[in-house]
Design a protein around this ligand. Structure first.
Ligand SMILES: Cc1cc2nc3c(=O)[nH]c(=O)nc-3n(C[C@H](O)[C@H](O)[C@H](O)COP(=O)(O)OP(=O)(O)OC[C@H]3O[C@@H](n4cnc5c(N)ncnc54)[C@H](O)[C@@H]3O)c2cc1C
Length: 462
């Protein structure tokens, strides 16, 4: 049997469902396609995520070359490239891992149909999430819309299946041996796809991901508390690696369950949030554009373009918000606590539609993932499933005092406030710090405007 394993957001050679099945049933070639549909939409031609992908592929290529093999790399439209490749290599079956995003599902349907006409089989596998939509259902067989019961059922399912997080073994014995001239190490791929290299702070690839996971093992017991403080190295920083599949979700869960601490349980819970949001996106694909709770699309957002621009650039005059946005703009990363603060601030204090913030994050986050990002934004704006109620509005000043008490995080990203005392850094006096922007709005006044804006749009019971 001649097999093709098509990798997309699963850039690794271990614990890989599709690859494991392909290798066990025949001689396998692995292909990665730089997808024109996706790349053409990226405005920034030095997008660091492209470099992260290149680095991940380069690491895989080095391993494959040791086995006298190579990754096939193509640039184009997958619905054209995959059938062409199958014809060229006389492929009988294509193996790939499932992707739950609306674009990916449509793409895979099109490819499957084209391959069927050529008598080439196309099979997809569960790999990127631990539980798929049909595995965690309510007693009456419906989908959960609230996280805690979903999580309890997820854990029940996990127990019932014997806590089975076994590895999909990928012995590279059955890999097709050949040398590919346009391989990812020797061919000028950046030029071909119209991008320039710009290395992110985090190096792409499985070895770096595993190093981070090992380091985090030691921090895991403290995670429950430490994860709230942006200036503390208290989280795993693995989201980019799991986004691009340098690690498997099972690698993450194995690390979580090997530790019995409360920290590990909290960490596992975050991973379950990830499954939850993927399930919500798959079962409610309209959330990509619309509010999960449809009434929330009646809100008449009152925020201005100028305020949105100030938020993007980190010059709102609210130190914790500006620090977080400057950190995002510089590194492509943002800690979860500031993500919640800036998202809530944009929707509920600047009164700007959550979709604008979601889009900005999508363009800038290295770990951008449609399901998690959309879930996070809809949670923050209260329009999502199991979101916080709309009248719960984060106070950026008290959040800042609580989670960046001595101002370490603010000081790192807002040099204008470097000499501010612990007390004044959260709400600096504009007369004393004249080179730092004045607050562009009043928190207290806009909080009131927010409540009026939401309540005018929503039926009284919501
Ligand atoms: C407005 C907003 C937007 C977000 N956008 C994204 C996004 O585009 N991509 C993304 O991966 N996460 C997103 N998150 C969730 C979360 O902020 C990041 O996953 C986390 O900060 C990544 O850091 P870490 O790897 O150190 O996480 P850890 O705290 O170590 O958590 C471990 C892993 O669990 C997953 N995870 C953790 N929290 C969440 C969560 N709330 N929802 C879903 N998965 C979670 C991630 O894969 C993460 O790597 C968003 C949150 C908010 C509030």
């Amino acid at each position: 049997m001649k097999n093709l394993c098509w990798i997309r957001r699963d850039l690794r050679l271990h614990d890989h469902a599709a690859l494991s099945h392909a290798l066990s049933s025949g001689e396998t070639t692995i292909v990665f396609i730089f997808d024109k549909h996706i790349l053409d939409k990226l405005k920034n031609k030095s997008d660091k995520r492209v470099t992260f992908i290149m680095q991940s592929l380069q690491e895989m290529e080095k391993t494959l070359q040791k086995k006298d093999s190579s990754l096939i790399i193509r640039y184009g439209k997958p619905e054209e490239e995959i059938p062409l490749l199958c014809e060229e290599l006389k492929i009988q079956k294509v193996f790939t891992n499932r992707d739950y995003e609306p674009y990916a599902k449509k793409r895979d349907d099109t490819v499957a149909k084209k391959l069927a006409l050529m008598n080439v089989e196309f099979e997809t596998f569960k790999d990127g999430v631990f539980c798929e939509k049909t595995e965690v259902l309510t007693g009456s067989g419906t989908i959960y819309k609230v996280f805690t019961p979903y999580k309890n059922k997820w854990l029940e399912h996990f127990e019932a299946t014997g806590n089975n997080v076994s590895d999909f073994e990928c012995p590279l014995k059955n890999i097709r041996k050949f040398s590919h001239k346009k391989n990812i190490l020797d061919y000028p791929w950046y030029k071909e796809i119209g991008f320039v290299e710009d290395a992110p702070l985090l190096t792409g690839g499985t070895s770096e991901a595993l190093k981070r996971l090992k380091k985090f093992d030691k921090l895991m017991p403290e995670y429950k508390e430490a994860r709230n403080f942006p200036a503390v190295d208290g989280t795993s920083n693995l989201s980019v690696y799991i986004r691009f599949g340098n690690l498997s979700i099972r690698d993450m869960i194995r690390a979580g369950i090997s530790d019995r601490s409360e920290g590990a349980q909290t960490w596992l819970s975050e991973i379950i949030w990830r499954d939850f949001y993927h399930m919500i996106l798959e079962t409610h694909p309209y959330v990509e554009k619309e509010s999960f709770k449809r009434d929330y699309d009646q809100i008449k957002w009152q925020g201005t373009d100028e305020d949105f621009q100030a938020w993007c650039e980190g010059r709102t005059g609210f130190p914790i918000v500006d620090a977080a946005m400057r950190c995002l703009n510089e590194t492509g990363m943002m800690h979860n606590r500031p993500r919640m603060i800036v998202a809530s601030f944009l929707c509920k204090i600047l009164l700007v539609d959550w979709r604008k913030g979601e889009k900005y994050f999508a363009e800038h986050l290295l770990d951008y993932d449609l399901a998690a990002n959309n879930g996070g934004w809809q949670w923050s704006s209260s329009s999502g499933c199991d979101a916080q109620p709309y009248f719960r509005i984060f106070n950026p000043y008290t959040q800042s005092e609580k989670f960046d008490g001595d101002g370490t995080f603010i000081r790192q990203w807002v040099p204008e406030l470097a000499r501010a005392s612990k007390k004044e850094i959260h709400r600096p006096d504009p007369l004393l710090f004249q080179d730092y922007p004045r607050p562009i709005v009043s928190y207290e006044a806009n909080r009131v405007r927010c409540l009026a804006m939401y309540s005018a749009a929503l039926p009284k019971t919501k």
